[in-house]
Design a binder for this molecule. Structure first.
Ligand code: CP
Ligand code: NVA
Length: 306
């Protein structure tokens, strides 16, 4: 295992499976009321340049359940790169804590934190990737299906951080990946090439299609996310127009495989990228995924910080 979890590309398929297995073990024990102090006395610094509900609570609670402690550092606390350089922040944190989780605007900030800290750095969302989120999705899908291999995952919407991480994840778990997005909103080009090269070796596929109805044919899981991510607030109106044909609603779900599951990383903009009917419907596993953030991140924390 590498020192850090910056990108899904940091994980080999067997490491992914180990993380998922460990998360299931920790979840089962927690449900039985058994928590073990696997990270007793260890501390995690949590750097947030953007708001958060799920990431903040699950990392904080996760460290507590593992017998350690988390320290929250909000946007006004350290002012990364303004009050002090990213490299200096990384070096200082390395003197006091055992790990860093960071949610940043620029992905490069997380890369620099990882390069300059001698402790593990975990990506809690950047403009390029959201690895913890898609690992929670894989865990939720594994709980609902006997095997992940051979499943078809379709992301409908913006080729954003969540889409990029999901695209890198699917071939590593032997799943086909399709994204349905408008022209100009495709996932990151370099990561698409990486994912396609990996898929070719695995015998799976990575496709980009403009038509959501064509894309979801035969889908086992439809994934969606907001049309404007944090930091893109100025583009909200324009994006609302461009993405309106990409809403995940009952009609779109009807074009997928019967029993197709739906998920969303949350927070959702109900009535925009997803309807209430689908988000609150029987096929939706978004809340399972939110719950599983806790369990998969405990597996990540233990694996990197033990
Ligand atoms: N899905 C997710 O990362 O949620 P938060 O932005 O609330 O952390
Ligand atoms: N793509 C979204 C995900 C939020 C969890 C964003 O970056 O705002």
């Amino acid at each position: 295992m590498k020192k850090d979890l910056v990108s899904i590309a940091d994980l080999a398929p067997e490491q992914l499976t180990e993380l998922l297995d460990l998360a299931i073990e920790l979840k089962t024990k927690l449900k039985q009321g058994r928590t073990e102090p696997l990270l007793e006395g260890k501390t995690l610094a949590m750097i947030f340049e953007k708001p958060s509900l799920r990431t903040r609570v699950t990392f904080d609670v996760g460290m507590f359940q593992l017998g350690g402690q988390a320290v929250y550092l909000g946007p006004n606390d350290i002012q990364l790169g303004k009050r002090e350089s990213v490299a200096d922040v990384a070096r200082n944190l390395g003197c006091w804590v055992d790990g860093v989780m960071a949610r940043t605007f620029s992905h490069q900030t997380i890369v620099e934190l990882a390069r300059n800290a001698d402790i593990p750095v975990i990506n809690g969302l950047s403009d390029l990737e959201h690895p913890c989120q898609v690992l929670a999705a894989a865990l939720s899908l594994r709980e609902k299906r006997d095997s992940l291999a051979g499943l078809k995952v379709v992301f409908v919407g913006d080729g954003n951080n969540v889409a990029n991480s999901l695209m890198l994840l699917c071939p590593r778990l032997n799943m086909d990946f399709v994204i349905a997005c408008p022209e100009g909103y495709e996932p990151n080009r370099e990561l698409t090439e990486q994912a396609r090269a990996f898929a070719q070796r695995q015998g799976t596929t990575v496709q980009i299609l403009p038509d959501p109805y064509q894309a979801v044919k035969g889908a086992d899981l439809i994934y969606t996310d907001v049309w404007a991510s944090m930091g893109q607030e100025a583009e909200v109106e324009e994006r609302r127009k461009v993405f309106s044909p990409y809403q995940v609603n009952k009609r779109l779900l009807g074009s997928a495989k019967p029993g197709c599951l739906v998920t969303h990383c949350l927070p959702a903009h109900r009535g925009e990228e997803i309807t209430d009917e689908v988000l609150d419907g029987p096929n939706c596993i978004a809340l399972d995924e939110a719950e599983n953030r806790l369990h998969i991140q405990k597996a990540i924390l233990f694996t990197l910080m033990k």
